[in-house]
Design a protein around this ligand. Structure first.
Ligand code: ATP
Ligand code: MG
Length: 222
């Protein structure tokens, strides 16, 4: 059977604010993505982009409709497993731990997994090289530029080798040249690692980087 890699079916998400106010943040979003695709989700502020990405990232399960990855409903996964091995997520604000070094931040998700030291070190070296931070491994987040901080966040998202990377405004806090270097890195990961990437942006210049674009208007894709 010819199956889509990711299938999002009639996704709806309402936020209830007290008794009377309901915000229909997603009102029936449906799309499919191919394995190894590179897609941006665009739309104006409040159109539901972050709501959609949070659901895809396994951070919000209060939706109706379905998400299927290789035919499997993501609700069948244990949430921590899903967030670790299936998707990796990157945010506009980086969310690095200020007291930890670059390499400690990257390794944080696997700290208590009991993996073999040699495997951990191999993966760390590989990722540091991939994101171009071999010479910054002992730096603290405050000693990094914005672009370097986002590179750390990307390496951290990749530590458990997820096949899908989600990024919410990954260049939103960066100047355009630094933003471009982050987009180039994502493009490189998409091509060389065959990682399926979905990024959210309100910036059409960013969306031009991706072969596929999904547009949200008022919680629906058009
Ligand atoms: N936790 C929440 N509680 C209630 N309403 C929410 C919540 N999060 C988002 N909303 C509402 O849902 C709608 C979609 O919000 P969302 O954050 O997904 O938009 P967005 O497209 O990411 O916008 P932006 O480009 O500004 O980041 C908005 O109307 C917002 O006010
Ligand atoms: Mg948002």
């Amino acid at each position: 059977m010819d199956m889509e890699y990711i299938e999002v079916k009639d996704l709806k998400r309402k936020y209830k604010m007290g008794k009377d106010i309901v915000v229909g943040a997603l009102q029936g979003v449906s799309f499919t993505l191919k394995e190894g695709s590179f897609t941006s989700i665009v739309g104006s502020s409040g159109s539901g982009k972050s709501t959609l990405l949070n659901i895809l990232g396994g951070l919000d399960w209060e939706y109706t409709g379905g998400i299927y990855i290789e035919g499997k409903n993501i609700k069948e996964y244990e949430p921590n497993y899903y967030r670790r091995y299936i998707v990796g997520t990157v945010f506009q604000q980086f969310y690095l731990i200020p007291s930890l070094t670059v390499e400690e931040n990257i390794l944080l998700p696997i700290k208590f997994q009991g993996k073999r030291e040699r495997d951990i070190n191999e993966r760390l070296e590989y990722l540091l090289k991939k994101v171009g931070l071999e010479d910054r491994r002992k730096h603290l987040p405050k000693e990094l530029s914005g672009g370097q901080a986002q590179r750390v966040a990307i390496a951290r998202a990749l530590i458990d080798s997820p096949k899908i990377v989600l990024a919410d405004e990954p260049t939103g806090n960066l100047d355009s040249k630094t933003g471009e270097s982050i987009l180039n890195l994502l493009e490189e990961l998409n091509e060389s690692e065959d990682i399926t990437i979905l990024l959210v942006t309100h910036d059409m210049q960013v969306a031009k980087y991706t072969p596929e674009v999904i547009t949200l208007v008022d919680g629906k894709n058009v």
